[in-house]
Ligand binder design. Structure first.
Ligand SMILES: C=C1C[C@]23C[C@@]1(O)CC[C@H]2[C@@]12CCC[C@@](C)(C(=O)O1)[C@H]2[C@@H]3C(=O)O
Ligand SMILES: O=C(O)CCC(=O)C(=O)O
Ligand SMILES: [Fe+2]
Length: 360
């Protein structure tokens, strides 16, 4: 069994944290979905707009330097000229809209079961809040065929082909960007051979999450996706032409991620932050909703192979940068996240570290 499925089995959810509201028939914001400011851990729902998230052209000869700067400062950036065909981006957007446009009773035919990763429902984070978020999702680990057949018994082939093609392309792009990130830190393939072992052992693992944020009758009092960091090494997000995604910067507050046609948003995940001993930030992000436009996003979470322990690369540990985290597998980390949510990273802190480089 892969890490994600095992973690879902270990941490089953209640159906009340899986089954979304029928957004099509809800004309006023119910109390159950009214997001109090006290649930927003860092500031109110308003945002400031001083600086923009960097947009990096991957064909720019300076791309490696720009990526390093963006990861150190933001833990996120957007990429253009990434080689994902625009046709495929349009197709995944079309299929995502097609899925979420189905009536709720039909989407529920493909509902995620409490112990499984794949299927329709609310994101796992819903269990941590007393109020519900204004969004719905479809999570896919491996093949989407079984669940797609439930949705469209006679018409699932296009959906599945597009998803499988998208998973393949996104895996290639993620590995390319991870390679550039490691290189930007002076790490060689030997230093990071855990990330793609060449010895026939287990492959990296990935999860695809289709998100939909329906139009909302009272967007200033609702939350699309609560502030979080991703557990992955790297998450790549494709968003439609509707704003809502925001990244938090200590000195700036919430900064909107402006939709750029055909660009892909890159989020440094918690495991990458651990692997580079905190040199790269993991981006705290959230998604807001609006009154007029459905927003959709497609997030691709990429993690290490099963059983691989992620630990700070020793080349990035020195007297000025003492070791910050203990080794952890993706499965252990997802288990910690399923219980402690945004505090999981703190639990992986190297307790022995009192500022000395004891492992050197
Ligand atoms: C691989 C995964 C990361 C994720 C949990 C999951 O198993 C699939 C969904 C992912 C997601 C998307 C929304 C935010 C998030 C915190 C959540 O609740 O579900 C992330 C999870 C994560 O990164 O930990
Ligand atoms: O909708 C978005 O742009 C963000 C999605 C996201 O953060 C996630 O699925 O983890
Ligand atoms: Fe996320």
């Amino acid at each position: 069994m892969n890490s994600v499925s095992e973690s879902f089995k270990n941490n089953p959810l209640h159906f009340k944290h899986i089954i979304p509201l029928d957004f099509n028939t809800t004309l006023t914001l119910p109390d159950s979905h009214t997001w109090p400011l006290s649930l927003d851990p860092i500031g109110s729902l308003t945002h400031v707009q001083h600086e923009a998230l960097p947009v990096i052209d991957l064909t720019n000869p300076e791309a490696i330097t720009l990526i390093r700067q963006a990861c150190e400062k933001w833990g996120a950036f957007q990429v253009t000229n990434h080689d994902i065909p625009v046709k495929l981006l349009n197709e995944i957007e079309f299929q995502t809209k097609r899925l979420f446009a189905l009536p709720l009773n039909q989407k529920l035919l493909a509902v995620r079961s409490p112990e499984d990763c794949t299927g329709y429902g609310l994101p796992r984070m819903s269990t941590f809040f007393s109020k519900f978020i204004w969004s719905e999702g479809f999570t896919v680990m491996g093949s989407p065929v079984d669940h797609a057949c439930q949705l469209w018994p006679h018409d699932h082939v296009n959906f599945c082909n597009v998803l499988v093609e998208y998973q393949k392309e996104l895996e290639t792009l993620t590995e390319k960007i991870l390679g550039l990130m490691f290189k930007s830190l002076g790490l060689t393939q030997e230093d990071v051979k855990w990330f793609k072992p060449n010895n026939g052992s287990k492959p990296p693992q990935a999860v695809l999450q289709l998100n939909s944020y329906p139009v909302c009758p009272d967007p200033s009092r609702a939350m699309g996706l609560a502030p979080h960091t991703d557990s992955s090494l790297l998450t790549l997000i494709y968003q439609n032409n509707t704003s809502g995604l925001q990244v938090y910067r200590d000195s700036l507050g919430w900064v909107p991620v402006k939709p750029v046609t055909a660009a892909v948003v890159v989020m440094v995940g918690d495991l990458m932050h651990i692997a580079c001993n905190g040199r790269f930030k993991c981006a705290l992000h959230r998604a807001l909703v609006n009154k007029t436009h459905i927003r959709i996003s497609i997030a691709h979470f990429y993690g290490p192979p099963r059983d691989v322990e992620i630990s700070p690369c020793l080349k990035l540990v020195d007297p000025d940068h003492p070791i910050l985290y203990r080794p952890v597998t993706w499965k252990e980390y997802l288990d910690a996240k399923a219980i402690h949510f945004n505090n999981a990273l703190e639990l992986i802190r190297d307790k022995n570290n009192s500022g000395c480089t004891h492992l050197l």
